[in-house]
Write a protein that binds this ligand. Structure first.
Ligand code: 5GP
Length: 116
């Protein structure tokens, strides 16, 4: 079963959110608690709780996450210096919202990939 999270309400524009991009497959918006100068979330409109529930039917949607990430990185002026795309999964991945999402973070040096 796919349970709605706050992200479904953001997709439906029911709560005030800085939506940067939306089409038939994905929605992108500013993270409410940015971890870097640029921190954008790009999410499928369809509820996929975690990467564990991804299926081959989702390949077009998941590909769109990357094309929108590339577009928004260029628009934010961070493409050339670079950025990081993150998808957390479940407890060990630190996932808090169970609606699959890609974090686009950058705008400053991000350090090593994993903090230990
Ligand atoms: P996760 O830890 O699940 O990978 O990341 C969830 C992200 O969603 C966090 O970076 C958190 O700040 C963001 N977030 C949670 N609730 C909201 C919200 O209501 N609005 C926005 N814009 N971001 C949210």
């Amino acid at each position: 079963m796919s349970t709605e999270t706050i992200f479904s309400r953001i997709i439906r524009r029911e709560i005030p959110t800085n939506i940067l991009y939306q089409d038939d497959l994905v929605t992108a918006f500013s993270d409410i608690a940015p971890q870097a100068k640029t921190h954008i979330l790009i999410i499928p409109n369809k509820i996929i709780p975690t990467v564990n529930e991804v299926s081959s039917e989702d390949e077009q949607t998941l590909g769109r996450l990357f094309t929108v990430a590339a577009k928004l990185a260029k628009e934010a002026g961070i493409a050339e210096d670079g950025y990081r795309l993150i998808v957390n999964c479940n407890k060990h991945g630190g996932q808090e919202v169970f609606h699959l999402h890609m974090h686009l973070v950058g705008g400053e040096p991000l350090g090593k990939m994993l903090a230990k």
